[in-house]
Design a protein around this ligand. Sequence first.
Ligand code: HEM
Length: 343
Amino acid sequence: MPAVSQRAFRRLSIATTVGVTLMVLSGEAVRLTGSGLGCSDWPTCYHHRVLAQLSFHPLVEFGNRLLIVFVTVVIGVTFLAALLRRPKRADLVWLSAGLVAGTILQALLGALVVYSKLNPYLVMLHFLASMPLVVDAVVLLHRSNRDYSRRSGTLLVPTTVRHLVNLGIVLLGFVLIAGSATTGTTPQAGGAPGQLVAKRIPVELRSMAQLHADFALFLVGFTLALVVALHALDVPERVKKAGRVLVVVLAAQAVIGYTQYFTHLPPLLVELHVVGATSLVIGFVHFSLSLTHHPIEPVLQGSFERDNVAASRVAASPATASSVEGPADGAKLPEMAKTTISS
Ligand code: HEM
């Protein structure tokens, strides 16, 4: 079997991450155009017809299914490439296997959504289940060219900060659950001319949106406080920057949330809200990953060489961490980077 190079595998990881994100956004577009039942069967579109009729809703749903098939192939190829990658890495194999399994589960869940005529709890689960896939893809991409062998990592912040960032991710989970429950109470799903009106969650939109906004504002306050505290600590600029970006995206997301609520949920704004939610998932994972330094894998040369040299010096002599010139992204390793962690 041919070997897959690290560089080729990284390219595939990029394609997978973009593909998984596009799947979330295209699924949302299906919901927002009222095309969820554009194809009323699964895996065929309508009874024994595999292809969609030439009208708007079937074409939107069918286009979404085509995209899913394409991305599934990319994910499958990434998994095969992980098996053939040299050097072979168990973490990359498991992460890409997770994407394969997750996509299969999502396809089955998607079938249940269609058969149940858009049951709101299943739609909610379908949306929420796509978030771990995004996390998996981002972690895969991050690890695809970094050395994650045992004891290769260096924690760049105090352990408490890492716990607080993990807590932020849990809070984000609550915001997402409440957000998709809010969607289940909105009048939008189904109901396009000629289609069935899907059942809704029997709670007032106002109350659910209030709960969702309360969680969201708590998360904004929590993250802001954490990022302000980070700026008072001796941590690398790249960690501070990841935190600042996160706060800005969170604030923008809250503004979009209120605007869409008070303007009666225009589909484009709701789609933008989902782009924001997906970006926040990516942002929080990136923030969490930025708290540790892992050197670029040794075999890759060229622009990554400087990073390797700096990192191997850190690994060889943790006590001198603060005197080592920073990694390629310009981050200076602080005093607390003395903790070498195992992956
Ligand atoms: C700041 C962090 C926030 C995040 C991460 C977030 C995330 C989400 C998510 C994931 C959904 C479900 C989308 C779907 O299933 O299609 C949603 C829906 C919604 N969010 Fe937020 N949200 C945030 C803030 C807010 C705020 C402050 C409000 C203000 C009221 C708000 C109002 C809504 C409404 C009304 C919906 C239902 C939209 C619809 O499906 O028609 N969100 N949000």
